[in-house]
Ligand binder design. Structure first.
Ligand code: GLU
Length: 505
C-alpha cells in the first residue's frame, strides 16, 4: 500500500504557522514512507473562503519547500482538488446515504432550532438536534422536496452507546454517542459541510493517513460512522498537538506572530523554519539541530511527536536561522538568499511605485524605504510620545489598533485607515494626532512614505509586531486594561452597527 497523506487547509485567512506544521508532518510522513503528499483546498464555507487566501496559502507552503504531488495547481488523477468544484460528487454521496437510510432530510427552520437550543441550555443539557425530522413519513418528505421546501441533510447517529476509534498517538479513544450531534452533511444551498466533503474526498483521493490538528478529535466519531455507512475503510488518524507559545498557552497572535507571511517578510529562511518546525518529530542530540529537509525525512518518526505540543519559540528560531546564515549557506547561497528576500518582485514593484514620485536621487531610497525592509524598529519611549496625547490613551490606541486589524477580512490601505479612524474615536483623540503616533510606530519617523499604503505593503503581522513592541516600550498593558479597552471597542462597534441600520432603515 502506498502511503498517501494530505494537508487540507480552508482558505479563510492568512497562512498560519499551524498549517505549515500540519503540512510538514504530513509531508515528512509521506516521504519517510516513500509515499505521496497531496494538497486539497477545503473551501465549502463559501462566505469565508477567498481566492486571495488560497493563493497566499499555496504560495507560503511552496515557499517552505513543501511540494505536493497532487493539488489544485498541479492537478492529478483524483481532481478536482478544490472542494467547491466537487459539489456533484458530494450530492451523489448524500443521496446514497439517504437511500440507505443513514441520513434524513431535515426541514426544521432556524427559529425552531434556536428555541430547541435555548430550552436544552436552560435544562443544562448539551445542545443537540432532537431528531424530529428523522421520523417524518417518506411520502410527506417526497412531497415537501417536490414542492421545493428548503431543507438540509443530516446523518443519523446512534442514540446510545460509545464510539471507539483509534488514534495513532493516543490509542483507543471513547466518545459517548449521546454527545454527538446529528451532523448536517448537506446545507440548504446544496453545499456539503466539512464532515461529508472531508470523508468523501479522503476516500476518493485514497488517503491512507490523516494527520490533522487535535481540535478535530471530537469530529472523528462522525467521520468513522460515515466510513461505515459507505462501507469504506477509514484512513489511520493521527491528531497532532497544537503549537504552543513558550508559556505553553495555545499559539496566539497576541504573543507570537502566527502568519507564515510574517516569517517570510522578516527574512527567516524557509529551510530554517521547516527545520525548526520539524525538530519536534525527530530525535536529535543537543548540538545536532541543523537538519535540512532530507535529514528530517530520514529521521522522522511519529513516536517523537509528544502530545504536550511543540513550543513555537521565536528566540530559538532566531538562533537556528542565524546558524543557517552563518554555517549552512555558502557565500553564493547567502547572496542569493539576500536577493530572494529583498528583491521579491511583487514587493519591490509596490515599493518602487511609492518611491518614484517622492525622491530626487536614487540614494534617497536607503533612508526613505529602510522601514519597509526592517522588522522591529527599536524605538525609545521618547520617540514614541510627544506629550500631547497621554501615554495611557496611546497604549490603548495601539492595543485597539491590533484588535481592529485582527478582525479585518482583507488587509488594504482603506481598511487600515478605517480602523485607525475608529480607534481614534474610541480614544477620544483627534485622528490627526493619533495618526502622527502611528507614523512613528510604523515608519520610525514623524514623516515618511504614505502611512496606510506602507502598512498594506508591510502586511498585518509586521504592523502588529511594531505595535506590540511600542506597547511594551511604553510600559505594557495589564490583562484587565486590555479587557476593558476591548469592551469599549466592542461597544463602539455595536453602536456603529446600529447607526448603519438606522441609516439603512
Ligand atoms: N479544513 C480543515 C482545516 O483547515 C482540515 C481538517 C482535516 O485535516 O481534516 O483544519
Amino acid at each position: 500500500m502506498t502511503v498517501r497523506t494530505r494537508v487540507a487547509p480552508s482558505p479563510t485567512g492568512d497562512p498560519h504557522v499551524g498549517t505549515a506544521y500540519v503540512a510538514l508532518m504530513n509531508y515528512l510522513f509521506a516521504k519517510r514512507h516513500g509515499g505521496q503528499f497531496l494538497l486539497r483546498i477545503e473551501d465549502t464555507d463559501r462566505a469565508r473562503s477567498t481566492p486571495e487566501s488560497e493563493a497566499m496559502i499555496l504560495g507560503s507552503l511552496r515557499w517552505l519547500g513543501l511540494t505536493w504531488d497532487e493539488g489544485p495547481d498541479v492537478g492529478g488523477p483524483h481532481g478536482p482538488y478544490r472542494q467547491s468544484e466537487r459539489s456533484d460528487i458530494y450530492r451523489e454521496h448524500a443521496d446514497r446515504l439517504l437511500a440507505d437510510g443513514h441520513a434524513f432530510r431535515c426541514f426544521c427552520q432556524p427559529a425552531r432550532l434556536d428555541a430547541l437550543r435555548q430550552s436544552q441550555r436552560a435544562a443544562g443539557q448539551p445542545t443537540h438536534y432532537d431528531g424530529l425530522c428523522a421520523g417524518l413519513d417518506p411520502a410527506d418528505v417526497a412531497k415537501r422536496v417536490a414542492a421545493g421546501e428548503p431543507h438540509v441533510v443530516r446523518m443519523k447517529i446512534p442514540a446510545e452507546g460509545v464510539c471507539r476509534f483509534e488514534d495513532m498517538a493516543r490509542g483507543t479513544i471513547e466518545i459517548a454517542w449521546n454527545t454527538v450531534d446529528m451532523q448536517i452533511l448537506l446545507k440548504s444551498d446544496g453545499m456539503p459541510t466539512y464532515h461529508l466533503a472531508n470523508v468523501v474526498d479522503d476516500h476518493l483521493m485514497e488517503i491512507t493517513h490523516v494527520m490533522r490538528g487535535e481540535e478535530w478529535i471530537s469530529s472523528a466519531p462522525k467521520h468513522q460512522l460515515l466510513y461505515q455507512y459507505f462501507g469504506w475503510e477509514m484512513p489511520k488518524l493521527f491528531h497532532l498537538p497544537l503549537l504552543r507559545n513558550p508559556d505553553r498557552s495555545k499559539l496566539s497572535k497576541r504573543k507570537n506572530p502566527t502568519s507564515i507571511l510574517y516569517y517570510e517578510r522578516m527574512g527567516y529562511l524557509p529551510q530554517a523554519l521547516t527545520n525548526y518546525l520539524g525538530l519536534s518529530a525527530v530525535s536529535h542530540a543537543e548540538g545536532e539541530e541543523l537538519l535540512e529537509t532530507e535529514a528530517l525525512i530520514r529521521e522522522f518518526d511519529v513516536a517523537n511527536i509528544t502530545l504536550g505540543g511543540p513550543i513555537f519559540d521565536v528566540t530559538k528560531l532566531d538562533w537556528l536561522n542565524g546558524r543557517y546564515l552563518r554555517e549552512v549557506l555558502s557565500p553564493e547561497a547567502f547572496k542569493q538568499a539576500v536577493v530572494d528576500w529583498a528583491v521579491n518582485p511583487v514587493y519591490l514593484d509596490k515599493v518602487a511605485e511609492m518611491l518614484k514620485t517622492r525622491i530626487s536621487r536614487l540614494s534617497d531610497i536607503g533612508l526613505s524605504a529602510a522601514f519597509l525592509f526592517a522588522g522591529r524598529l527599536g524605538l525609545t519611549p521618547e520617540q514614541l510620545t510627544d506629550g500631547k496625547v497621554p501615554q495611557d490613551a496611546l497604549v490603548m490606541g495601539f492595543h485597539l489598533a491590533t484588535v481592529g486589524f485582527d478582525s479585518l477580512p482583507v488587509w488594504t490601505s482603506a481598511e487600515v485607515e478605517r480602523v485607525l479612524r475608529e480607534v481614534s474615536g474610541v480614544m477620544e483623540v483627534k485622528f490627526k494626532d493619533f495618526v502622527r503616533h502611528m507614523f512613528i510606530v510604523i515608519t520610525g519617523k514623524p514623516q515618511s512614505l504614505p502611512l496606510f499604503q506602507s502598512m498594506e505593503l508591510l502586511g498585518r503581522d509586521i504592523c502588529r509586531e511594531r505595535l506590540r513592541e511600542a506597547i511594551a516600550t511604553l510600559g505594557g498593558a495589564s490583562e484587565k486594561q486590555r479587557k476593558d479597552w476591548t469592551a469599549r471597542w466592542d461597544a463602539a462597534a455595536r453602536e456603529r452597527a446600529l447607526e448603519v441600520q438606522d441609516q439603512a432603515g
